[in-house]
Design a protein around this ligand. Structure first.
Ligand code: CA
Length: 242
C-alpha cells in the first residue's frame, strides 16, 4: 500500500483517515495516532472524507457520525461502495450506535464519545489485526469444505456465507463473529469471550460492540439464528430449512 515514509526502513506505516469536524478532537486523535508512528490524514466533513478515502487509500478510517454536509452514515456507505475499508465509527450516544447497526452502514466497530485515546488506539490495532488475519485466511485458502450448520453455510476459504439459497454479505467483523459462534454451535459464549476472540480485545467496556454486531448479524441472517442468554452471552442455534 502507498509510499513508505521518508527514511523508513521497516514496512510502510499504517495510514489512518480521521473524519471529524470538531477541530480539537481531530487534532488530539491525529497527535495520538502519529505517536504510534502512523500516518494520519484529517478531513473535516463527510464529502472530503469520502474524497480522502479515495485519494489516500488509508488502512482504516475513524469516522464521526455527526458531520456537516453528508453525515458519517452516508459517508461510510459511499466509502464502502468505492473500496472496502475498515471503519471505526464515533457516536455521541449508545442508542445512536444501535440505530446505525439497525441501518447496516457497514462500520466494523463503534465508540461512544467521550472515549480515551488509549482505547481508541487499542480498538484500531485490533481492527487492523483482524483485517490482516482475514486477508491471510483468504490468501492461504483456510482449507476444507464449507461448514454447514442447518441451513447456514460458512465458507472459510472464500469468507462467504449463505443461509438457504441466499448469499449474505457480511463485513469482516461480522464474518469473524459468526465463525466464532459457529465453531461451537449451541454453546453459550460470553460477551467477554467473544470480545477477546473476535476483537482481540479484553475490556468490559467494549461488550456493547459485541451486542451491536450480533444485532447486525440478526438483521442480515434472520433473528432466529443467534440466541441471547440474558446476562450471559450468545449461542448459535442451527435451524433446518423448512
Ligand atoms: Ca461531529
Amino acid at each position: 500500500m502507498g509510499a513508505a515514509a521518508v527514511g523508513a526502513t521497516g514496512p510502510a506505516p499504517v495510514r489512518v483517515l480521521v473524519v471529524e469536524d470538531e477541530h480539537a478532537i481531530a487534532t488530539e486523535i491525529a497527535r495520538r495516532l502519529e505517536a504510534e508512528g502512523w500516518r494520519v490524514t484529517v478531513a473535516s466533513d463527510g464529502l472530503s472524507g469520502v474524497a480522502a478515502n479515495r485519494a489516500e487509500r488509508p488502512d482504516a478510517v475513524v469516522l464521526d457520525v455527526m458531520l456537516p454536509g453528508i453525515d458519517g452514515l452516508e459517508a461510510c456507505r459511499r466509502m464502502q461502495a468505492e473500496r472496502p475499508v475498515p471503519v471505526l465509527m464515533l457516536t455521541a450516544r449508545d442508542d445512536e450506535t444501535d440505530m446505525l447497526v439497525g441501518l447496516g452502514v457497514g462500520a466494523d466497530d463503534y465508540m461512544t464519545k467521550p472515549f480515551s485515546m488509549r482505547e481508541l488506539v487499542a480498538r484500531l490495532k485490533a481492527l487492523l489485526r483482524r483485517v490482516e488475519r482475514s486477508h491471510h485466511a483468504a490468501g492461504a485458502g483456510h482449507g476444507g469444505p464449507p461448514a454447514e450448520l442447518g441451513d447456514l453455510v460458512i465458507d472459510h476459504a472464500q469468507r462467504r456465507v449463505r443461509r438457504g439459497v441466499d448469499e449474505v454479505h457480511l463485513t469482516p467483523t461480522e464474518f469473524d463473529l459468526l465463525a466464532c459462534l459457529a465453531e461451537r454451535p449451541r454453546t453459550v459464549l460470553t460477551r467477554e469471550q467473544l470480545l477477546e476472540q473476535v476483537w482481540d480485545w479484553a475490556d468490559a467496556s467494549g461488550t456493547r460492540t459485541v451486542d451491536s454486531h450480533v444485532k447486525a448479524l440478526r438483521r442480515k441472517l434472520g433473528s432466529d439464528l443467534i440466541r441471547t442468554v440474558h446476562g450471559v452471552g450468545y449461542a448459535l442455534e442451527p435451524t433446518r430449512p423448512v
